[in-house]
Design a protein around this ligand. Structure first.
Ligand code: FAD
Ligand code: UDP
Length: 379
């Protein structure tokens, strides 16, 4: 073996695929019983509808290198993601656009009129110097829209006051002064034609790659554990960075999700793939209806699969999904970064390994960079 990859998500599989194609022998271990990390999907048995087990995954990128790379493993449909938000029993289009603004203010503003109104309502904070999510949100869309669509949804989702969350979280959502309500603004967007798992399996399908599932890096009863391999073989580690160091600098805050999946005896439950619930009075953040991700497929017309999503702080035994990233977390992370720099022959990557909010295309892009800049020719 030339390389051990811990974690078979997009980061780990990209590294494994690149190394294998360069002639290296790679073993990928994952503690779960399937490959693919959080992007894994499977057919719901009663309906055959593809369900994303760890929450809906929408692929989008403007990075041409990543787009060329991913197209080696799958074709993409022409799906374009759109999201709606239920606020006080009324449905509005997201991200905030002229349609949302006019519906909310019961008006017919032109783009310039809407810009002028929002500028007036957003004046209390400056976007560039906004210190946290609340200030940034208000500076972008003004207080009334912020309080309706962002404040309570974000508090539900992050379980942290919006004044303690980093401004970047909200920068992901565009604000548009036209009626375009595509959720993403990237050049390329779509869903894998044959599903995520077929794509992920294709990446791992190489004679130089061996995948071992149900194998935890910290389980000393399995041969490829941390103590046994450290310093002997290069390791790419994509699990949680704080876990790797046995939480020596304290625990980093993560958010986890609980999903409640149901098959309903109706052909169409909500008419769209994702409906957010803006209010604090509704306990879940959103409802996914998976059939709408693949309108081109021949799914049953009398049944549908929906999933309620609930958000909460992760305890140690939960799946860590989103880094919370409070100022204390960032201080701890700096200490962990010092430790990772001095760890012999271990390369930390991915969402968990770097404690970053990475989309799939970012995880793949940063794995390609790690391969090109740190590993190729070295391992
Ligand atoms: P992961 O996919 O988390 O893979 C890490 C792997 O490491 C896991 O399989 C885990 O089991 C394994 N592992 C951890 N510890 C150990 C250990 N000790 N031993 C062995 N194995 C271990 N991205 C988008 O582009 N679009 C989206 O719409 C989108 N939606 C998302 C929704 C949710 C709810 C979540 C959580 C993420 C979403 N993402 C989305 C992000 C996407 O999931 C990540 O970008 C991608 O999964 C990152 O891959 P990764 O390899 O870094 O991590
Ligand atoms: N957000 C919000 N209201 C919404 C949708 C999103 O306040 O209806 C905020 C929230 O803070 C969220 C961020 O925008 O964390 C990014 O949203 P996105 O839908 O990208 O989050 P994800 O799908 O990654 O959970």
């Amino acid at each position: 073996m030339d390389l051990l990859v811990v974690g078979s998500g997009f980061f780990g599989l990209t590294i494994a695929e690149r190394a294998a194609s360069a002639g290296k022998k790679v073993v990928v271990i994952d503690r779960r019983n399937h490959i693919g990390g959080n992007a894994y999907s499977e057919a719901e048995p009663e309906t055959g509808i593809e369900v994303h087990r760890y929450g809906a995954h929408l692929f989008h990128t403007s990075n041409e290198t990543v787009w060329e790379y991913v197209n080696r493993f799958t074709e993409f449909t022409s799906y374009q993601h759109k999201v709606y938000s239920n606020f006080k029993g009324e449905v509005y289009p997201l991200p905030i656009n002229l349609g949302t603004i006019n519906q909310f203010f019961r008006a017919a503003y032109s783009p310039d009129e809407a810009r002028a109104l929002i500028a007036e309502q957003a004046g209390e904070f400056d976007t560039k110097s906004a210190q946290n999510l609340e200030e940034k949100g208000i500076s972008l869309i003004g207080r009334p829209l912020y309080e309706a669509f962002i404040r309570d949804y974000t508090s539900k989702q992050w379980q942290t006051p919006t004044t303690e969350l980093p401004a970047e979280v909200i920068s992901r959502l565009p604000v548009r002064y036209n009626y375009d309500n595509r959720y993403f603004s990237d050049t390329h967007e779509g869903l894998p034609v044959n599903g995520y798992t077929a794509w992920l399996e294709k990446m791992a399908d190489h004679p130089n790659i061996e995948v071992r599932l149900n194998t935890d890096f910290f389980d000393e009863s399995q041969p490829l554990n941390k103590a046994a391999v450290l310093g002997k073989v290069p390791v790419v580690y994509t699990g949680p960075v704080d876990r790797y160091f046995d939480y020596s600098e304290g625990e980093l805050g993560w958010r986890t999700l609980d999903f409640e999946q149901e098959v309903l005896p109706v052909g169409d439950f909500q008419g769209t793939s994702v409906m957010n619930y803006a209010g604090a009075d509704v306990p879940y953040t959103r409802i996914h209806e998976f059939r709408h991700f693949h309108p081109e497929r021949d799914y049953p017309t009398d049944k549908t699969v929906i999933m309620h999503e609930y958000s909460r702080f992760a305890k140690r035994e939960d799946e860590p999904y989103y880094p919370v990233n409070t100022p204390e977390d960032r201080e701890r992370l700096l200490k962990y970064r010092e430790l990772t720099d001095s760890e012999p022959q271990v390369f930390f990557g991915g969402r968990l390994g770097t404690y970053q909010y990475l989309d799939m295309h970012m995880a793949i892009g940063s794995a390609l960079s790690m391969w090109n800049n740190k590993l190729d020719g070295v391992i």
